[in-house]
Write a protein that binds this ligand. Structure first.
Ligand code: SAH
Ligand code: F3S
Length: 477
């Protein structure tokens, strides 16, 4: 029996993507979105376990739902995502008011599993990886209602096994989606109004598909990701921008760098997690590159695409990280000039090899290092944004800004811009030349350059707010 549902998303873009697919499989079976939890017949918590804090957040959210479940025993309460995969059956034992535990590879089964629960089945955990025939749920945006900037998954799982990371255990080994399915998703989004696509994968640049031409290099480790980018650029010429996240530095090959020089559709921003600037720490993290190799790749990207911006992920307080190691990280942040970064305190995770290294950097020291990291990073962001005041930038408008008189969009380099839009016009989906007038802490403000009004149709309806995404750095104020 279909009813009303809510999906609550924690964590990364991968999870946001899974939540969209869950909504689609439910809606295809007649389910509707509930206005609030009181009304819902099904609540799904789509969880993250990459750091302990994220896991604690889930526990407190589940706890909060206990009284609701008591009042409405017919409510089906489900946990999906990485905590579900990690804990499986055990979670049912620990949370008595929980009905369903469903892993990331079992999302298509959600409507049937819920139906079983509604028919009175005992609580159930379904967390099986689809290793032999991986399944990727196709996107089905509503006609005309796709977001201006849409996400398309290209792979799942991760084979890297960085020593701190739980993802290979909660998402399984790498499995790639056939390029034709990827192209179909992109075509569907573009036909429904999307102008920008971000390709999504844990190590998005390790992509392979036997149906694509073999890589240019004879290196057996070389991926076919550059081929995928070229085929998308060729077959979807109406696409305004193509992004990808997140590449692993070791797969950022000369062929991928060449793609940046050759394909104008590729955005001039790369989010490439570095994690640390110390070779000793990188080795213990099993990142499989040195600081110098990372820097060389950044340099070749910048040679191919001179005004490209870089953002990154950094972990502070990894086991054994000394002050000197941390200083090396700060030094790398300055050397590369990351215009934005996500910084995390190391958090020991079950199953991961780093567990046996202990967790010897005291919490207070981790906090101090993180604060210093952000200080250095913010200064770079400020200087970068300040330099753009007085220039004209091409902005893809994604939707309404918090300020009613403005729309929000991004440049190809991923700077967020709040654009003044004359009353009665809707700029959503337009590519506008914008004169930058002001820099905020994490974003810019500007006005359409002369003659740009023609690119903005008269407003038919209130524009939807631009989607906030974890992976769009710098963040809005
Ligand atoms: N390859 C993925 C990374 C997923 S995890 C991607 O697409 O970006 C996202 C980030 O979380 C990592 O880059 C890392 O900086 C951080 N992280 C992962 N495990 C962590 C841990 N145990 N403690 C602290 N931060 C962690
Ligand atoms: Fe995690 Fe490293 Fe893969 S950070 S997702 S194991 S590339």
């Amino acid at each position: 029996m279909a009813g009303k549902y809510l999906v609550h998303t924690f964590g990364c873009q991968m999870n946001a993507h899974d939540s969209d697919r869950m909504s689609e499989v439910l809606e295809a079976r007649g389910w509707l979105v509930a206005e609030d939890a009181e009304q819902a017949d099904l609540i799904v918590l789509n969880t993250c376990s990459v750091r302990e804090k994220a896991e604690q957040k889930l526990r407190s959210e589940i706890g909060k739902l206990a009284p609701l479940k008591k009042r409405h025993p017919e409510l089906v309460l489900a946990v999906a995502g990485c905590v579900a995969q990690q804990e499986g059956e055990a979670l049912l034992g620990r949370v008595p008011h929980l009905d369903l535990v469903i892993g990331p590879d079992n999302l298509a089964e959600l409507p049937d599993l819920v139906r079983e629960q509604q028919a009175g089945s005992p609580p159930r955990a379904r967390t099986v990886f689809d290793l032999s025939s991986p399944r990727f749920l196709p996107a089905s945006p509503r006609p005309g209602r796709a977001p201006v900037s849409a996400w398309v998954t290209t792979m799942k799982g991760c084979d890297e096994r960085c020593s701190f990371c739980i993802v290979p255990y909660t998402r399984g080994p790498e499995r790639y989606r056939p390029h034709e399915d990827i192209l179909r998703d992109i075509a569907r989004f573009v036909a429904s109004g999307a102008r920008e696509i971000t390709l999504l994968g844990q190590t998005v640049d390790s992509y392979r598909d036997p149906a694509l031409p073999p890589p240019a290099a004879l290196d057996p480790d070389e991926s076919q990701f550059p081929e995928l980018l070229r085929i998308i650029a060729r077959q979807v010429p109406e696409l305004a921008r193509l992004r990808y996240t997140s590449p692993h530095p070791r797969h950022l090959t000369p062929s991928l760098v060449r793609a940046h020089a050759e394909l104008p559709v590729l955005a001039r921003h790369v989010h490439m997690p570095v994690q640390s600037g110390s070779d000793r720490v990188l080795r213990r993290m099993i990142r499989r590159y040195t600081r110098a190799e990372y820097v060389r790749r950044v340099e070749s990207l910048r040679e191919a695409c001179p005004d490209l911006t870089l953002t990154t992920d950094i972990i502070v307080g990894f086991p054994g990280e000394t002050r000197e190691d941390f200083e090396a990280t700060l030094d790398l942040v300055r050397e590369v000039g990351f215009v934005g970064l996500f910084g995390f305190k190391y958090s020991p995770r079950p199953y991961t090899p780093a567990l046996k290294l202990g967790d010897d950097v005291p919490e207070a020291e981790k906090s101090e290092r993180l604060a210093r990291l952000f200080e250095v990073s913010e200064a770079i962001t400020q200087a970068h944004l300040g330099r753009l005041v007085g220039t004209t930038q091409r902005v893809l408008v994604e939707g309404a800004s918090k300020d009613a008189a403005r729309a929000q969009g991004r440049t190809a380099r991923n700077e967020i811009v709040h654009v003044l839009v004359p009353p009665g016009h809707d700029a959503t989906g337009a590519l506008l030349d914008v004169e930058i007038t002001q820099a905020f802490k994490h974003s810019l403000a500007g006005e359409p350059a002369p003659g740009q009004l023609a690119a903005m149709p008269a407003r038919a309806q209130q524009p939807a707010p631009a989607r906030r995404t974890r992976r769009s750095l710098p963040l809005a104020p």
